[in-house]
Design a protein around this ligand. Sequence first.
Ligand SMILES: Cc1cc2nc3c(=O)[nH]c(=O)nc-3n(C[C@H](O)[C@H](O)[C@H](O)COP(=O)(O)OP(=O)(O)OC[C@H]3O[C@@H](n4cnc5c(N)ncnc54)[C@H](O)[C@@H]3O)c2cc1C
Length: 716
Amino acid sequence: MKKIGLLVIIAALAVVFFYFDLHKLLTLDGLKSGLDTFEAWRAESPLLIGGAFLILYVIVTALSLPGAAIMTLAAGALFGLGWGLLIVSFASSIGATLAFLVSRYLLQDTVQKRFGDRLKAFNEGIEKEGAFYLFTLRLVPIFPFFLINLLMGLTTIRAFTFYWASQLGMLAGTFVYVNAGTQLGQLDSLSGILSPPLLLSFVLLGVFPLIAKKLINLIKARRVYAGYTKPKTFDRNLIVIGGGAGGLVSAYIAAAVKAKVTLIEAHKMGGDCLNYGCVPSKAIIKSAKIAQQMRNAENYGLESSEPTFSFKKVMARVHDVVSKVEPHDSVERYTSLGVDVVQGYAKLIDPWTVEIQLNEGGTKRMTARSIVLATGARPFVPPLPGLDDVGYYTSDTLWEEFAKFDEPPKRLVVLGGGPIGSELAQSFARLGSNVTQVERGERIMIREDQEVSELVQKSMRADGVNILTSHNAVRCEKEGDVKRLIVEKAGVESVIEFDALLCAVGRQARLEGYGLENLGIETDRNIVTNDYLETLYPNIYAAGDVAGPYQFTHVAAHQAWYTAVNALFGTFKKFRADYRVIPWATFVDPEVARVGLSEQEAKEQGIAYEMVRYEFDELDRAIAESATKGFVKVLTVPGKDKILGVTIVGEHSGDLLAEFVLAMKHGLGLNKILGTIHTYPTWAESNKYAAGEWKRAHTPERILSWLEKYHTWRRG
Ligand SMILES: Cc1cc2nc3c(=O)[nH]c(=O)nc-3n(C[C@H](O)[C@H](O)[C@H](O)COP(=O)(O)OP(=O)(O)OC[C@H]3O[C@@H](n4cnc5c(N)ncnc54)[C@H](O)[C@@H]3O)c2cc1C
């Protein structure tokens, strides 16, 4: 009841304010036209007018009415800088606190009761850092003050803290506005506009938010770096830890712009992609595909035959491919590019110092103004009872270990139905292993649309992969030489005997052992970074798998650009990492490629879309190559040709996607793709035909019926 009473009073005061047109007074024109009268009143009884002004200011802010900014200018014009600042500083803080208390009284209980659980972390943050948050919000006025008053009332911050942090935080801004107001009073002729003090006041108004932001960053940095002594000079501009895609590109860019950069790699240059990931997996996929094509040679008018081959040679080719790519990422190449490469294990000592356990023995310390962490990820090994006893492989060990075999494992279990598990399960099945793939989810490649998973599953099953979806791996058992995996589905256990087990259930960021803990660098699944890829310490950046959220070589390289540029030139301009258009491909057969939204995601996120499809069984080139499985599926904004997302399933889909990636990145719609000449007969024509499908679905029927009439008339 009391709350309703308070609401009625507030509403009544607001009605009075607008009914008597007081809001018109609180505009720049209103202020200027009344300035002479106000001046006369103030000259007659300064105390009374000063007091009345203060009370009015309190009421306006307490009721969250518009006009506080104009009143601040007016305070300068009427009372001068000193008194104006004093009056407004107190009036605005008292008014803001009253608004805060009203909001707290009316709404805090309800909000905390309803959303308390979800607000827990926020409340804890407010309790610890509330004064600083508020101070920041007051100093950099990106949100309207009245909103801050009302929202802060819903939090658990103490009223006194709110008061003093507001008064302190608003002081600089109030000064700038009141000072501008003092000049406003003297604006009595056109030439006055150009008077230096007035110009300076307005320049101050403009640059104030920028200066305030710098100040906040400075305060934040001081808090983070407290307890460390920053070196007076640095050995390097940049130290990059990790020689995978992320680290290599960061170091490359730094050297290209003539910075002194050291790249530290503990193991193999090129990181996971070259040595254990993309490169060896794509090499084995190719051998396996040829083997399968031999089995299906009759599709091409040839005799089908069971491929005969030496598995050792297949694996030797994989290593050969890796060694052919190796020079691109080698120490020699990077040294020649101007990067100082050090082989050893790096550890952060403080925000600017890195200690290296050199591979050749001994340690070395060096300092840098900025550091990029590109330490990557490693395969996640599930805590499965008995797993260590039976032994297992991961993408880290598989290439070396399988190369020792004369034959592929007879019975191979692949744990995991993601991209890596699916690519390898299909390849080893094609190379002759009896593969069972175990996936906990209801389908493999769960990030893609259901129909995509189904098409891939069908194809892999046809290749002989026994795909067990909705199956949980429970434990492993060993009896003599016999190894078993026990899986469970809907409460029923079953047993899979195997010769080799490959864990491909995901990859976890490398977060331990190199100093993150000592420096208190925040981590969750990855190193926590802001939009500029800065960690807790603004001079330490993270890129690639260790930073997330995507685990792709091209994303690591993309992030690397931002880390290098922000680290070296961030004092002048920083760039936010841009994840709007991220493509990826899974190199199963049929290949799956995607950029932007899938249909499933659009539905889950409630995003309106239209969809067109083009099937490869209509494409001349696909027919000529007897490879008609798959489709191009494009999601667009309803009624427009703007692309929201594309999924391509089929031969070369990873390559075909590039055209859509370019279009999305540069805002080109399907009409532009349709208007582009595509060579006949190529796979790329499918992109144009998908655009054609969209056009057909958007034919202007009315114009066509007019055209029909026109042609009829022309025939006479
Ligand atoms: C089987 C498989 C297939 C894949 N296929 C593809 C694909 O087709 N396409 C794709 O885009 N991605 C693919 N990926 C993912 C890709 O490999 C990764 O996204 C990429 O390697 C990430 O690069 P990075 O620089 O973040 O990390 P990494 O390549 O892991 O490099 C990190 C490096 O840091 C080093 N390091 C770590 N800590 C330290 C330290 N303290 N001191 C010194 N050095 C350190 C490590 O030794 C490592 O070399 C695949 C991955 C796997 C496993």
